[in-house]
Design a protein around this ligand. Structure first.
Ligand code: BGC
Length: 744
């Protein structure tokens, strides 16, 4: 008894002593805002200024005097970027920064599986922690408005609802590791061409209904701790200091309590940065000389130039304190946490996540005569053709370029899988595209030089194709300039390097031709009817070859669905049909006004309005098994404002293989005061079924799913009246319909 009392007293004393010496801001049991107040009261003006801008390419200063560590950011969004020199983009030459490359975000979006997004974020968060990073610059959720956008591969497709459902769990998974997300590029950064000088003109409905929802979901559902302003302009303000997007919408209306980070070099002016929402300035170009400062980072807009304005009395510290509070909140959430997970790198779990996400995202677009999966019981010889079968794709494309511990290219993955079953695999190059094998000092170690003429390459491929049971062509784009890369939009919708000629020639000599397209964008497929199967293979990262082999051989049953419409031709896209892309240059000013005249009619919304027929519809994706949807029932026929309604749909796997189907629910507003798209995705669920198994899928929707943004009243309105739920497995395959009424 006596002993217990003594131990208790000692423990109590220890707590009291700890509390006496531990400053409040380090006491994680104290309320967050009190800790911030405490820390604020201890900071000098210079310390406050020092934490709102960069101190190197990817880090910002902490406050060493108070034990606040340096804050480290890193790209993002598909893996942790290799370390660069303090002040340069070039590699630091580290030997412990080779990561796992996860599938590109278009592939993640194609899984239509929020659980995969969470797993992705979590695995990436673990890699980031291991590498000592506090913020990942991603994910990206800019809407795919045109297949010309060089960075669509870093984003989650064309639909605001789909992107919203995936971004929130990605952010949560990442942040569960104590690593902040920095959701980018906010907002309206829908093309790379003239990205610094494009002033987007968009109506309020399209802004709120199409371009902002995924950011809003990242903030309100994902609770993202960071948002990156985009390079472009909106209403004539650059988006890294934009009063409308940052102050009004993000911070005031959505209640964002995190940090607005400038895209690298996206800040342009001190007073605008002070007033219009920027909190943490990164990447501003400076020659390090003009201000005569010791350190070029002191020339940042939010560094000495800001201090001078305060010293002159032009500004007090109100705006500064607001930024500092946000940055300190970010520190509390990350670097000032005592028990942050330590992370892990290149673990078996991370590779498994990369492979499974890849498998689930691969989309089987076409499969005539059941050319796929390759049946190794009957197929004896497979010919693989194409540069993308052998080219590493993790290096290149801009800031998402990675240095990987390993990358299985398609040929290696497929060959090892097929050879295991005794199938003979041969290879022919077919075409030579891009032989550059380095980016920012990271080299793949591949030598892809080949000096043969295109006639010679085609001849070789065709001769070998004649002898093969199955031919698998791997082509597409490759992250080189204008072929899915940052800073450069694509310049044509067709495949580069005369790949069409190779495919046409192969199709003439072998009926079992499978085309695997590697890209983050749709491409023209003039040969579509002449090939047996088409697979969309994205950029899958480290496990590319394994994931593709899993699907091609049938070890995995494809269940990916297109996260964007695959247009037949470019003029089937609203932005191009109306001729708005890439905008018009102003006289005497280097600004391009780009009017989004298609408004809310982006992707399948445009398809429905213009009555075009895409090559492959949004939401389309085949399986090796078959599914049947039974008759859906609704929980009600009339609902009041604020109520929800549940649709129950029986789904049966009617084929012979286990597989997954995505049940998709679109809402059509049958009569509305404002013009609305014919239908909009408002619910979906992926369901795994054994052969013969039936599951009941429940999809519940509420007011949000029925609302439009009323641009006169500046608010979301769910207008009473009749609605119809359209249910099926692709935006062009929605056989089940149920009407219901929203009452006054
Ligand atoms: C890109 C960002 C990236 C940043 C840092 C910018 O050029 O637009 O997405 O996070 O560079 O690399």
């Amino acid at each position: 008894m006596k002993r217990t009392v003594i131990s208790f007293a000692v423990a109590l004393l220890a707590i009291v002593a700890y509390a006496a010496v531990t400053p409040l801001y380090l006491d994680e049991s104290a309320p967050l805002e009190q800790r911030i107040n405490d820390l604020m009261s201890r900071l000098t003006l210079d310390e406050k200024l020092s934490i709102i801008h960069a101190q190197s390419k990817f880090s910002s200063a902490g406050v060493p005097r108070l034990g606040i560590p340096t804050f480290w950011t890193s790209d993002g969004p598909h893996g942790v970027r290799p370390d660069v020199l303090w002040d340069e983009w070039e590699q630091a030459g580290a030997t412990n920064d080779s990561c796992v490359a996860f599938p590109a975000l278009t592939c993640l979006a194609a899984t239509w599986n929020p659980d995969m997004a969470r797993r992705y974020g979590l695995a990436l968060g673990e890699e980031a922690r291991y590498r000592g990073k506090d913020m990942i610059l991603g994910p990206g959720v800019n809407i795919c408005r045109t297949p010309f956008n060089g960075r669509n591969f870093e984003y989650m497709g064309e639909d605001p609802y789909l992107a919203s459902q995936l971004v929130a769990p990605y952010v949560q998974g990442l942040q569960s590791q104590g690593v902040a997300a920095c959701v980018k590029h906010y907002a309206l950064n829908n093309n790379e061409l003239f990205r610094h000088t494009t002033n987007v003109i968009v109506d309020d409905r399209a802004l709120h209904e199409i371009y902002l929802p995924a950011f809003k979901a990242a903030v309100q559902q994902g609770h993202a701790w960071g948002i990156m302003g985009s390079y472009n302009l909106y209403k004539n303000y650059h988006n890294c200091h934009n009063p409308y997007l940052l102050n009004n919408i993000l911070k005031r209306d959505w209640g964002f309590d995190g940090v607005v980070v400038s895209d690298w070099g996206g800040a342009h002016d001190t007073e605008q940065s002070i007033n219009y929402g920027l909190d943490l300035e990164f990447g501003t170009w400076t020659d390090g000389l003009s201000e005569g400062a010791k350190n070029a980072y002191d020339d940042y807009y939010l560094a000495l130039p800001y201090k001078r304005l305060i010293e002159k009395g032009k500004y007090g510290t109100k705006e500064l304190d607001e930024k500092v509070r946000r940055v300190l909140r970010l520190f509390m959430r990350t670097t000032l946490r005592d028990h942050r997970p330590r992370g892990s790198m290149c673990s078996a779990e991370h590779y498994a996540a990369a492979r499974e996400i890849g498998c689930e995202g691969i989309v089987l677009l076409q499969n005539k005569g059941e050319a796929l999966p390759i049946n190794t019981a009957t197929v004896k010889r497979v010919l693989v053709v194409g540069e993308n079968a052998i080219k590493m794709m993790t290096v290149g494309g801009g800031s998402s370029s990675l240095k990987v511990q390993r990358e299985i290219v398609p040929l290696d993955g497929l060959k090892s899988r097929l050879e295991r079953d005794g199938v003979i695999v041969d290879y022919a190059r077919g075409y030579v595209g891009d032989t550059i094998s380095s980016y920012n000092g990271v080299t793949t170690g591949q030598n892809l030089e080949d000096n043969r003429t295109s006639a010679q390459l085609i001849e070789e491929a065709v001769n070998k194709a004649r002898e093969a049971d199955v031919v698998v062509f791997f082509g597409g784009l490759n992250k080189r300039h204008h072929q899915d890369a940052e800073e450069y939009d694509r310049e044509s919708y067709g495949l580069p390097y005369a790949q069409d000629a190779v495919i046409e020639a192969l199709a003439k000599v072998n009926k079992r031709l499978v085309v695997v397209n590697i890209s983050g964008n749709a491409v023209a497929m003039p040969w579509r009817d002449r090939v047996a199967a088409i697979v969309q293979g994205w950029y899958i990262g480290s496990e590319t070859g394994h994931a593709l082999a899993d699907v091609l051989v049938g070890d995995a049953n494809p269940s990916g669905k297109l996260p964007y419409t695959w247009p037949e031709k470019l003029t089937d896209v609203g932005a191009h049909a109306l001729g708005d892309y890439p905008g018009t240059k102003r006289d005497n000013e280097d600004i391009w006004d780009e009017e989004y005249r298609e408004g809310i009619y982006v992707g399948y919304r445009w398809v429905d309005k213009a009555k075009t027929k895409p090559a492959f519809a949004f939401g389309h994706g085949l399986s090796y098994t078959t599914f049947k949807l039974g008759k859906p029932v609704a929980s009600a026929t009339r609902i009041a404002q604020g109520d929800s309604i549940t649709f129950t749909i029986p789904v049966t796997n009617t084929g012979r293989r286990a597989g997954a189907e995505v049940v998709q629910l679109y809402i059509s507003d049958l009569k509305s005061s404002l013009e609305r798209p014919l239908k909009e995705l408002k619910g979906f669920q992926k369901v795994y079924l054994e052969p013969g198994q039936t599951a009941m899928v429940n999809i519940t929707i509420g007011r949000d799913a029925l609302s439009y943004y009323d641009d006169q009243r500046s608010e979301w309105v769910a207008e009473p009246g009749d609605f119809e739920a359209l249910i099926g497995t692709a935006s062009d395959n929605l056989p089940a319909r149920i009407k219901f009424t929203l009452t006054e």
